[in-house]
Design a protein around this ligand. Structure first.
Ligand code: NDP
Length: 277
């Protein structure tokens, strides 16, 4: 029997990248899925891929920072499928200063507010709306964070890292609240993954490709020598969504980054060369 047969999953941000790959994987393994995003065309493409594999799909187009979209997400899932077993809070975005010259706290607090809205506030509100339904089914929540939330600093995306650190703390605190009701919450923290994410940040198509190639070819950026694929992250999300595989994991963040977050800059400089200089 398929791993997710009879389960209903909501995956936010599933019109592209990691969310789309997760919807496809959970769907292929038996789940009925609700997909969502703002871009109707990309959402339809995800739905078509799912339908070709015989997956039952519910499509909700809209902006997840809006209450109406969150309500439609939950209500339409319940109406079409009768329950919710799995919530994947994958939606997320970083924002640049429009002229790309300012970074960190030189960028306006309007950008900070937008960043918190999409990465944190909408996640909290979606969880609040799904919570009673997940308690009924003893369900699972998986949040998507990033290694930019952790010990190292990613100075081009200060606000994004701050927001995702809040997601990590949300995961830790809320998991203890929810596990009392039989609901598990965990998260994944990807490193660089080759998705349209950088294009959404404002980089042109060729720039995003160039960055992906550069990181993959420099092992001090990605020690495994390959950029992550959406499917790599989807597989880990599916593992955390499958109680048979991961029941004793509660409130944890799993890093999936090809070794990126383990690199300390000093260790990438040759000691013999330093001594020769
Ligand atoms: P994508 O840009 O491919 O996917 C982002 C998804 O979020 C899209 O489906 C997009 O759909 C949706 N989205 C964005 N804003 C909104 C909004 N306001 N309302 C509704 N949907 C929205 O990027 P990824 O797949 O890479 O990102 C997925 C998650 O992974 C994010 O949380 C990101 O922070 C995280 N991540 C990504 C990494 C990477 O290197 N790619 C690394 C670490 C973490 P639409 O445009 O149709 O609205």
């Amino acid at each position: 029997m398929s791993r997710f047969a009879g389960k209903v999953a909501i995956i936010t941000g599933s019109s592209s990248g990691i969310g789309r790959a997760t919807a496809v994987l959970l769907g292929k393994e038996g789940a009925k899925v609700t997909i969502t995003g703002r871009n109707q065309k990309r959402l339809e493409d995800t739905a078509q891929t799912l339908k070709k594999s015989g997956v039952d799909v519910n499509l909700v187009a809209g902006d997840i920072t809006k209450t109406a979209c969150q309500e439609t997400l939950v209500e339409s899932s319940l109406k079409k499928f009768g329950k919710i077993n799995i919530l994947v809070n994958n939606v997320g975005a970083a924002f640049n200063d429009p002229d790309l010259t300012k970074t960190g706290i030189d960028t306006g607090v309007d950008i900070l507010r937008k960043t918190l809205d999409i990465n944190v506030i909408s996640m909290v509100e979606t969880i609040q709306k799904c919570k009673p339904h997940l308690i009924k089914t003893q369900g699972e929540i998986i949040n998507v964070s990033t290694i930019a939330s952790q010990q190292s600093s990613f100075i081009h995306y200060t606000y994004y890292g701050m927001a995702k650190s809040a997601v990590d703390q949300l995961t830790r605190c809320t998991s203890l609240e929810l596990i009392k009701h039989g609901v598990r919450m965990n998260s994944v923290s990807p490193g660089f993954v080759d998705t349209p994410f950088l294009n959404a940040v404002g980089l042109p198509e060729n720039a995003a490709k160039k960055v992906a190639e550069y990181y993959a070819n420099n092992r001090d950026c990605i020690p495994s020598g390959v950029a992550g694929k959406s499917e790599d992250i989807a597989k880990c999300i599916a593992f955390l969504a499958d109680r048979n595989s991961s029941s004793y994991i509660v409130g944890q963040t799993i890093v999936i980054d090809g070794g990126t977050s383990l690199v300390v800059a000093m260790s990438t400089h040759s000691l013999p060369k330093i001594l020769d200089s």
